[in-house]
Each structure stands twice: as C-alpha cells, then as structure tokens.
Ligand binder design. Structure first.
Ligand SMILES: [Zn+2]
Length: 289
C-alpha cells in the first residue's frame, strides 16, 4: 500500500530484478509450474482472507490489515468475475503488497492507509508500480513466457499476444506489456485510455534504436489506421484486432519521412471497451535499423 504522501517515480532495473526474484520465490513455493498460477490458492495458503464484493468504482483491489489478519478485497464491479484475467491480476497485485516486505510492514504497523489499488498499470504511484511488476512476474514468469512466445511466433504481433494471454490467463494488455518489456521481439505497445493517451512500453532494442517518443494525441492518429478503427469500435473484429501497415515516421515524430529509420511497421490495434484501446507496433521485416 502507499505511504501517506504518494511517491511518483519509475522502477530501476535493479528494483525490477528484485521483484522478479521475489515473485519467482513465491512461485517456487506455491506453484507446480503446470498451467496458469492460481493467486486465490496462494492467498489461502498464506492464511489471508479473500473477499469478492461490489464496491462501485472505489478500487480494483485492496489489502487490509486488521486485528492481526490480512484481507484481500477484490471489486467485482471492476473485474466482473472471480476468475477473469483482470481479477487474477488484481489478486496478484494485492499479493505483491503482501509479499513486498516494506508494503507488508507499513500495513502491519498501521503506517499505511488502506489505500485503494487500481491495477494493470493504471497508477503512476511507485508502490503501485512495484505491486504491478510483482504481479506481472507472478502471472507471466519470464522463462516460461519467452519459451511460449517463441513457440507461437514472434512475427505475428497481437495474434501471438492473444494466444499468450489465453495460455497464462491474463488480459491482452498484461501479456503485451510483458512481451515488450522482456524483449521477445522489437516492438512498441501503446495503451490508450478512453479518449487519451495512457502508457507506452518499448522493447529494449526499440529504445536502443531510437524509437522512443511516439505520438500521444489520439487526435493525431491517422484516419483509416488500425488504431483509429480500434478507437471507433465497441468490440474487436472476429480476428481479435485490426491491422494495417504503417510507417515509423507516422508514429515517431523524430523519425524523418524517407530516412533510413523510416521503416515499414505492422500496426495491430484492439478496442478494450471501457479500458480504452491498445496499439502494437513492430517492424515488417522483424528488425529495426
Ligand atoms: Zn496497490
């Protein structure tokens, strides 16, 4: 949970590595490595109470410490069912607050307020990013995820991401972010909130190649593009996403049209209902100059 003065900031790679290690240790203890992780089982095994209820838009999840006992609350209004991909992420996120020593101790000592969690990378608060990072490692363990990504093909964009999301029981957003941050192949993921830019994740090689700043104004998205189609659609097409070819110069304002950096990209995009839309960009020939 957050300290009383919310701290904004970004996780360093050392901090991310530490959270990955912590999640791995939890998996070693609580998962047989077959099939998707079961966060409810871990919650029960650790003696925490688990309560699903309708709490309007107050939070996605919440970890409370009272009279020596931890309780995880999960908001069905926001996650829909006990076992939806979003519910699974929320439970893993709250487990993050339990397993990260500073978070647990702050709750136990009464220093932390019962601050509400909004999951899946919606919060820029440092403690929330820590819990999101832990959740991502718990749901999508690095080596298993990369093995499956390579099996399913790293040149198929959202088609592969959708298959990975199904396999690991996560949302497409969580799988796409994991795919980019683990560098399964060069790509850029942009998460749009309804009517505005949300977040962006670059694979390390995309960052190193200088593909960093993208357009962030939804109004600047080209009419007729896959992303524009996703903005205008209430649900994904039969295939699961819209696709179009695009160019780097269109998406990256610092890439000059016609320059050698102006490569052709695949643009895959899907509407996420009330959560906005997702754009997935990757080079047509598999590599960036
Ligand atoms: Zn939280």
């Amino acid at each position: 949970m957050a300290r009383s003065d919310p701290v904004r900031g970004y996780l360093s790679s050392a901090q991310k590595a530490e959270l990955a290690e912590l999640a791995e240790a939890v998996l070693d203890e609580h998962s047989d490595g077959v099939g998707p992780v079961d966060p409810a089982r871990i919650i029960r095994a650790k003696g925490l109470r688990l309560v699903f209820g309708d709490y309007r838009e107050a939070f996605d999840g919440l970890l409370r410490h009272r009279s020596g006992r931890f309780t995880v609350f999960c908001n069905l209004t926001r996650v829909e069912t006990n076992t939806s991909p979003r519910a699974r992420f929320v439970l893993c996120h709250e487990l993050g607050h339990f397993f990260i020593p500073n978070h647990r101790n702050a709750l136990r000592s009464g220093l932390a307020p019962h601050h509400p969690s909004f999951c899946e990378y919606e919060s820029k608060l440092f403690v929330e990013q820590q819990a999101d990072c832990f959740a991502s490692n718990l749901l999508l363990p690095r080596s298993q995820f990369l093995t499956e990504a390579r099996k399913k093909g790293t040149r198929d964009g959202l088609k592969t991401i959708l298959a990975l999301a199904r396999l690991f029981g996560t949302s497409v957003t969580a799988a796409a972010i994991r795919y980019a941050t683990l560098g399964a192949s060069p790509c850029v993921v942009i998460k749009w909130n309804p009517n505005r830019y949300g977040w962006k994740w670059l694979s390390e090689d995309a960052y190193a190649a200088g593909y960093r700043k993208t357009i962030e104004d939804p109004a600047a998205v080209l009419e007729g593009s896959a992303t524009a189609a996703a903005f205008g659609a209430s649900k994904p097409p039969a295939e699961g996403y819209f696709k179009q070819a695009t160019t780097a110069a269109f998406w990256f304002p610092f890439v000059k049209p016609g320059s050698n950096k102006d490569v052709i990209l695949h643009e895959h995009a899907m509407p996420l209902g009330r959560f906005g839309a997702l754009t997935f960009l990757y080079p047509l020939d598999g590599a960036l100059p």
